[in-house]
Design a protein around this ligand. Structure first.
Ligand code: ADP
Length: 729
């Protein structure tokens, strides 16, 4: 090999080595670059981690702080809980009543000292003991008065009591005389919290109260008995006084004698009203007022009261009108005595406080359910009225409106208070509206079952077409118009006799004329006289509040077809119109008089009775005691018996029972009306229980007696009152 060749070879080797170096340098550079990147990333990581560590450290610090706060909070809470529990138990310890807590299994958890004190002699009574064991131990040691019940029995009852939800409180008596009321309540977790209240004081007080109440009740009974007695004792002689005075007034008397007799009568009546008021009031107060519902005729009841008011009404020259809703039944089931009492009070007041104008009794109503009617009865007057400030307490006790306008009226001031209580007792309400100087309207509302007799003769036709009504009173004309129109009649109304004569002269032929009695210028009988003189044959009915004089005047009677006592019962008017339809009127001559037996031992009262009924066409017999009444029932065969209750020997109740027993054997039922001076409840019941149909309280009133007799006149006997007049006696 040449040198050149060697040099070339060396150059080539050097060049290769240089290229290799260059390459390695490049690789080194790249590796350096990478390394630097890594180092940068690493240092970043280190910074981040350092930050993280720092925040973790501070977080740990915070947590540490919180933790110690929680710990101290917990500590405080625990202390508070311990203190609260201690306080609670301290409080529970201070109460005199026993307190205990049992767990769901009935084991005593804790009890206060008062509870444990009862079992002071029994160390086993402490937390952990079972309820049943406490019970058994109480029974065995005689701690509790169990009324002699065997242990198992009593314990079973006591345990069963704890199974109730909620547990009923019970009272037990300890042998020591202490009364304890056990109040147990099941807590949510099944624990039983038991409270034993010491109620010995309350029990002692209650016993004292009970005793005091019994004493008061006994005193009240004595008072009632005294009142009953007093009423009986006073009523019996008052019957003689009032009855005789009434009869005396009917005899020929000098002016002076009449004044005396009337004073006796009115004073006696006033006294009776007071006795009744006081009696009723004390009865209501004592809660002794019982209602005796029976079927009765409301319309008739109102008419009877109106009749009794007639003398005063006429004397005052005012009008007493009745407007009984035509579409209402008249018979209801209620206590007629009490309803009558309310009505009498309201109507009596209205008449008392009215000197001019009228008193209008209005009855309306509607069906309040099957067979029941809500009745609204109002009594409206045109009297002195009541000042607004007095209206609110008018139904209170002993309330008389004290002012000039009524100082001249007497009364007990109990009437409206009694009426209110009676109406409320019947489930109704009572009210008043009034304008001073204009008049008052008292009203009450009650719901009564209807007692309409099936097949009432309402449907029988009236074959009259046109009626002429003559009355100077607008209200009266309207009432009659409405009544007649419902019977299918066409009605022409006239205000005076003169108008009536004109109507008859010009108008259509009338089938009936209904005329009022007292009218200015030409009264009813005068109108009838003129019509008859003109040759008119139309039936003329006179409606009169005071028919006596016309009845006694044969000439006046001859002009009239019938005289009806005002206010006229719808049924009476209806029957009268029906009888006009029948032509000619059949007049069956009944051959015998009605037989009335009166059992009454008091001679004076016999005399009063005889005089009161002297104008009646009846055969009257008296029995002096119950025995005689029974005998006369056999021999005299009465159509009606009035029976005094207290009679020597056999009394009225026994006599009635005896008569009813005889009737049970052979049939029949003679109406028996008791005459009684008793006004107390027990009497009414025992009287009705003896088989007596009704009772009337003494003193007897002529109108009521006559009404009773007329109502029971049998078909086979002559009418009890002379003539064929229809009267609402
Ligand atoms: P008294 O037995 O005194 O009449 P009441 O309780 O029946 O007692 O009535 C109380 C008072 O109410 C009466 O004294 C009278 O002042 C007043 N009063 C009652 N009804 C009427 C009436 N229709 N018009 C005016 N005042 C009346």
């Amino acid at each position: 090999m040449t040198l050149a060749e060697k040099l070339a070879q060396e150059r080539r080797a050097r060049l290769a080595a240089e290229r290799m170096l260059e390459h390695k340098q490049r690789e080194l550079f790249a590796a350096n670059e990478k390394l630097a990147l890594h180092a940068r990333a690493l240092s970043n990581q280190i910074v981040e981690q350092r930050l993280a560590v720092r925040s973790a450290l501070s977080e740990a610090e915070t947590l540490k702080g919180q933790n110690s706060r929680y710990l101290s909070d917990l500590d405080r809470a625990h202390t508070a809980a311990v203190m609260a529990e201690r306080r609670l138990w301290d409080s529970i310890e201070t109460i005199r009543d026993g307190f205990a807590v049992f767990d769901a299994q009935g084991r005593l958890v804790a009890a206060n000292r008062a509870y444990l004190l009862v079992f002071a002699d029994f160390p086993q009574v402490k937390p952990g003991i079972g309820y049943e064991e406490i019970l058994r131990l109480s029974h065995a040691a005689g701690l509790v008065d169990t009324g002699g019940r065997p242990e198992d029995d009593w314990v079973a009852t006591m345990l069963a009591r704890w199974d109730q939800h909620p547990v009923e409180p019970m009272v037990i008596r300890f042998a020591s005389g202490t009364y304890v009321k056990l109040i147990d309540r099941r807590a949510r977790d099944g624990d039983m919290v038991s409270l034993a209240l010491n109620i010995t004081e309350t029990m002692t007080r209650e016993a004292a109260l009970r005793e005091a109440q019994e004493r008061a009740e006994a005193a009240n009974r004595a008072k009632s008995a005294f009142l009953a007695n007093m009423s009986h004792e006073i009523r019996t002689p008052m019957n003689g006084v009032v009855g005789m005075a009434e009869l005396l007034c009917d005899t020929a008397l000098s002016e002076e004698q009449r004044l005396y007799a009337e004073t006796i009568k009115s004073s006696g009546e006033a006294l009776l009203v007071i006795i009744n008021d006081v009696l009723d009031y004390s009865k209501i107060e004592a809660g002794k007022l019982l209602l005796h519902p029976e079927p009765f005729d409301l319309e008739r009841c109102i008419h009877e009261i109106a009749m009794l008011m007639q003398p005063v009404v006429q004397e005052k020259g005012i009008d007493l009108l009745i407007d009984f809703d035509l579409f209402l039944p008249t018979r209801f089931l209620g206590d007629p005595g009490r309803i009558r009492q309310v009505l009498t009070n309201l109507i009596g007041n209205a008449v008392k406080f009215t000197d001019r104008g009228q008193v209008l009794i209005r009855v309306v109503g509607f069906e309040a359910g099957p067979g029941r009617h809500e009745l609204h009865v109002t009594v409206e007057d045109t009297g002195v009225g009541i000042a607004p400030e007095n209206l609110s307490h008018i139904f209170g006790e002993f309330n008389q409106v004290e002012d000039q306008s009524n100082r001249r009226f007497e009364g007990t001031g109990l009437g409206l208070a009694i009426s209110r209580r009676l109406v409320e007792r019947m489930g109704g309400t009572i009210w008043v509206e009034s304008d001073l100087g204009q008049g008052s309207c008292f009203g009450f509302e009650i719901v009564l079952p209807v007692a309409e007799e099936p097949g009432a003769p309402a449907a029988a036709p009236i074959a009259l077409r046109h009626a002429l009504v003559v009355d100077d009173q607008l209200t009266n004309r309207r009432i009659l118009e409405r009544q007649l129109e419902t019977y299918g009649l066409e009605v022409t109304l006239c205000r005076s006799g003169a108008e009536a004569l004109e109507a008859v002269a010009q108008g259509p032929a009338f089938d009936v004329v209904l005329t009022d009695h007292n009218m200015p210028d030409m009264d009813g009988p005068a109108l009838a006289r003129v019509l008859r003189a003109q040759g008119q044959t139309v039936p003329i009915l006179l409606l009169s509040s005071h028919p006596g004089p016309v009845r006694d005047d044969p000439a006046a009677r001859a002009d009239l077809t019938a005289i009806l006592q005002k206010p006229v019962l719808r049924r009476d008017l209806f029957v009268q119109l029906q009888s006009l339809t029948r032509a000619p009127p059949a007049a069956p001559q009944a051959s015998r008089a009605m037989r009335v037996l009166t059992a009454e031992d008091n001679r004076t009262n016999q005399l009063v009775f005889r005089k009161m009924t002297r104008d009646l066409d009846i055969e009257l017999a008296f029995a002096a005691d119950g025995r005689e009444a029974v005998d006369l029932f056999e021999s005299f065969r009465p159509d009606l018996i009035f029976m005094d209750i207290s009679m020597p020997g056999m009394d009225g109740r026994d006599a009635a029972r005896n008569i009813r027993a005889q009737e049970a054997a052979r049939g029949g039922h003679v109406p028996i009306v008791a005459l009684t001076a008793h006004a107390m409840e027990g009497d009414a019941e025992s009287i009705l229980a003896a088989g007596i149909d009704r009772y009337m309280t003494k003193p007897l009133r002529r109108a009521a007696i006559i009404g009773e007799i007329a109502a029971h006149c049998p078909p086979g006997a002559r009418p009890v009152q002379a003539g064929a007049d229809i009267e609402a006696a």
